[in-house]
Ligand binder design. Structure first.
Ligand SMILES: [Zn+2]
Length: 233
């Protein structure tokens, strides 16, 4: 099914044509207590993809946040082809972006369970950029995790990430609620269990983690948003 593109451009490859395939399943919509319009935009975030490179809106929003940090011309793929010397820590594979990020000269991929975001095995001030995508909703202590991301950044470095956000409500913990999993219908792996449902106040966690400034990069708002948080210089 083709969707109107509303002049949307892919920040990963520069493409301008998109296709939508539904991805949310009924049990997840009900556990998450999404209204029909909320379910529609979350579905768009995950299921609307660039015809040329396959990135979904979530990855495109994240690419745009990374481009805002890098302040370089062109889509993220073109920037990566120039192999700029930017040290990037990618925590868990950032979906469609992983292949592009690995083109950067100073790229490191750290994956759970070998590397736990609550205890990153890197010295203070090691990276220009830290990137993760839809990871924070699964971790035990999101503020602690963000504080670790900040610790390993250089001064003036940036953290770029996505979490699924329902913009019409506030962040809530799922502790005490029935278990809910991402990944797909039938997924019951512990690392896919959702611990936090993020809402309009998601940016406040970044301030609590000590970041100096935050910008939000939206694609087809409210479908997809990504954060760029800066560590003070
Ligand atoms: Zn693309």
């Amino acid at each position: 099914m083709l969707e109107p593109t509303d002049a949307l451009t892919c920040g990963v490859c520069g493409g301008a044509a998109f296709t939508h395939r539904p991805v949310l399943w009924p049990a997840l919509v009900s556990e998450w207590q999404l209204s029909p319009s909320e379910a529609a935009y979350v579905d768009r975030q995950q299921g609307t993809t660039c015809n040329r490179c396959g990135s979904n809106l979530r990855s495109i929003a994240l690419a745009n946040a990374i481009r805002a940090y890098l302040r370089q011309e062109g889509a993220l793929r073109e920037i990566a082809e120039r192999r700029p010397p930017v040290s990037i820590l990618e925590i868990n594979q950032a979906g469609d972006l992983s292949a592009v990020l690995s083109r950067f000269e100073g790229h490191v991929l750290a994956s759970y369970p070998e590397v736990d975001i609550h205890r990153l095995p890197y010295a203070d001030g090691s990276f220009d950029l830290v990137v993760h995508s839809d990871t924070l909703e699964h971790v035990v202590n999101p503020i602690h995790a963000l504080t670790e991301c900040r610790r390993v950044l250089k001064r003036g470095g940036g953290l770029c990430f996505t979490v699924p956000i329902v913009v019409g409500r506030m962040t809530r913990s799922r502790s005490g609620l029935p278990l809910s999993y991402h990944g797909g219908p039938g997924t019951r792996a512990d690392d896919y269990a959702v611990r936090t449902e993020f809402g309009a106040d998601a940016w406040t966690l970044l301030m609590e983690a000590g970041f100096a400034a935050v910008t939000i990069h939206a694609v087809a708002y409210p479908a997809a948003t990504a954060f760029l948080a800066l560590k003070s210089k």
